[in-house]
Ligand binder design. Sequence first.
Ligand SMILES: [Zn+2]
Length: 147
Amino acid sequence: MICLECKKKLSYLDHRASIELFQTELCSTHRKRLERLVNSNQIPREAAILYYGLIEAGVKPMLAWWDGKNTVDLAISRVKLNIEVDSGYESLSHEQALNDLEAAMHSFKNGFTTIRIPNFLIRNHLQESVMNIVGIIEGLKLNVRVV
Ligand SMILES: [Zn+2]
């Protein structure tokens, strides 16, 4: 077990703490750094889980990306794809849903695609979520070439 960021060997406790928090292997330094990033940007912890899932699939996303107006949970700039992690649809109010739709409209107008993924899907179906996002990235690449 080694840290994905610095390749440092992990103790069993570091391994367990890191898996519990982020479902990935990080040393205590990188785990704490990631926790600070998540807390200071107020992004869901699942965004960090998805971030490392995508990295393992060969994608290079940006975590907590400032787009000039908002902090996007995850962004894949090459194909102008933004990914927002939702806290679960059962708690979604009409107002929030309308805000999300409006935000999606603005991002489309600016050439960006925004997808929203519920946090429980990332927790319970990380591989499937990653595979679908990889498919979306491939589709977007084709579209970029046509335009
Ligand atoms: Zn490390």
